[in-house]
Design a protein around this ligand. Structure first.
Ligand SMILES: Cc1cc2nc3c(=O)[nH]c(=O)nc-3n(C[C@H](O)[C@H](O)[C@H](O)COP(=O)(O)OP(=O)(O)OC[C@H]3O[C@@H](n4cnc5c(N)ncnc54)[C@H](O)[C@@H]3O)c2cc1C
Length: 357
């Protein structure tokens, strides 16, 4: 006989961690499936070291509940302010360990690693089984609407033109502070002369270390580091923490839900009667030449995400969280930050559990 689960969560990035933990904490028998060998997704495995989207302009948690709990658990320092925006620096290994700890505390959760989403059976517009498990409801946290793609229902997409992929890597032994755009410009000058797209620098909790986001090809990173070593004061002895450099994808697919969140909703700080999550992060577009376009909400404002963006339009028991929520390319350019993914993960779990009753 097939094993039966109340809730199946696909993907264990920020959204899936929240969805799986919050569903299992209600006592619902929960299955978490990921093709990776453990929990973390982009936040745990890509080299990122800043959790964005947790706070409002005043530095207070925008979403209490699981995002606050996860933020507190992962935190090893106070949040820091970049211009108007507060971010939480973190260590990727702690991000993964905190997720594992939440999971081991959930007795009704079963995790299945190294397992891709396979056969899905849909009957009467309901998913009844996947990967040979019977399921009551499904939460797609795959970052790419894998469930929608496998079942053939409608999706929207972001593309590389505005959500370019990037290599994220950490440099240690950096004896130079980069606090402002002017500081960064000085460091980047020799790279620009050699034809490299600009690097973006982010905070790293390790001493004398910095995290870099680079939109050029991964095989050129060693040459770029050599240029920094030979041309930039303070970088003479720097070296990369990673041995190999891989590309992380910003672009993805969103499942069409009962409402599609739009760019004007985000910039207009729209509120909804069925709101389940808040976000104040700006819309960030990244092009392949490393240039960014950032559009902010009005000062002090946030927008809301309605429950309808987390419920699939065409399948009754399919819910979405994180990068797969029902949003257009502009809206997801804001809502994809991890603080917001944690919030939609928790909200999707509540909606999915409620739908079982
Ligand atoms: C280069 C780059 C820089 C970024 N910088 C920041 C930043 O500084 N701060 C910030 O907050 N956000 C940042 N983001 C955005 C943020 O990291 C992601 O949008 C967010 O982590 C997405 O979370 P998620 O849970 O929706 O999906 P993901 O974290 O992508 O997790 C999806 C999970 O689903 C699994 N999966 C996918 N397909 C399948 C399948 N078929 N079967 C089984 N499992 C599957 C994957 O293995 C993965 O574990 C950045 C993103 C990129 C790419």
């Amino acid at each position: 006989m097939k094993e039966k689960f109340d809730i199946a969560v696909i993907g264990s990035g920020a959204a899936g961690i929240a969805a799986a933990a919050c569903a299992a904490r209600t006592g619902a028998k929960t299955l978490l499936l990921d093709k990776n060998p453990g929990a973390g997704g982009t936040g745990g495995f890509s080299g990122l070291t800043t959790l964005c989207g947790l706070y409002d302009d005043a530095g207070n948690f925008l979403n209490t509940g699981f995002p606050e709990e996860f933020g507190e658990a992962v935190s090893e320092s106070s949040p820091i302010k970049n211009g108007r925006l507060w971010v939480l620096p973190y260590r990727p290994e702690k991000f993964r360990a905190v997720a594992e700890k939440f999971f081991t505390d959930c007795q009704s959760l079963k995790t299945v690693w190294n397992a891709s989403l396979e056969n899905i059976v849909v009957e009467n517009k309901k998913i009844i089984s996947l990967n040979d498990f019977d399921v009551g409801a499904v939460i797609d946290c795959s970052g790419a609407s894998e469930v929608a793609q496998k079942t053939g229902i409608a999706t929207l997409a972001t593309d590389e033109a505005t959500q370019a992929s990037a290599v994220v890597f950490q440099l240690r032994n950096v004896k130079r502070e980069i606090r402002s755009t002017a500081d960064a410009a000085q460091v980047l000058m020799p790279l620009a002369r050699a034809g490299f797209p600009p690097l973006h620098f982010h905070t790293n909790l390790e001493p004398d270390s910095i995290t870099a986001k680079f939109s050029g090809p991964p095989e050129t990173v060693p040459k770029l580091i050599e240029l920094l070593r030979t041309n930039v004061r303070g970088f003479e002895n720097c070296s990369a923490v990673q041995k190999e450099f891989s590309v992380s994808r910003r672009s993805g697919k969103m499942t069409v839900g009962e409402y599609v969140l739009t760019g004007p909703d985000v910039l207009g700080a729209k509120k909804f009667p069925d709101a389940v999550a808040r976000c104040a992060w700006p819309m960030e577009q990244w092009s392949a030449d490393g240039k960014t376009k950032v559009r902010f909400l009005p000062p002090g404002e946030f927008y809301e995400i309605p429950a309808r963006c987390l419920r699939a339009a065409e399948i009754k028991n399919l819910f979405m969280a994180g990068k797969t929520i029902s949003a257009d390319a502009d809206a997801v350019a804001s809502a994809r930050v991890m603080g917001c993914c944690l919030a939609t993960g928790e909200a999707a779990a509540k909606l999915a559990v409620k739908s079982l009753k």
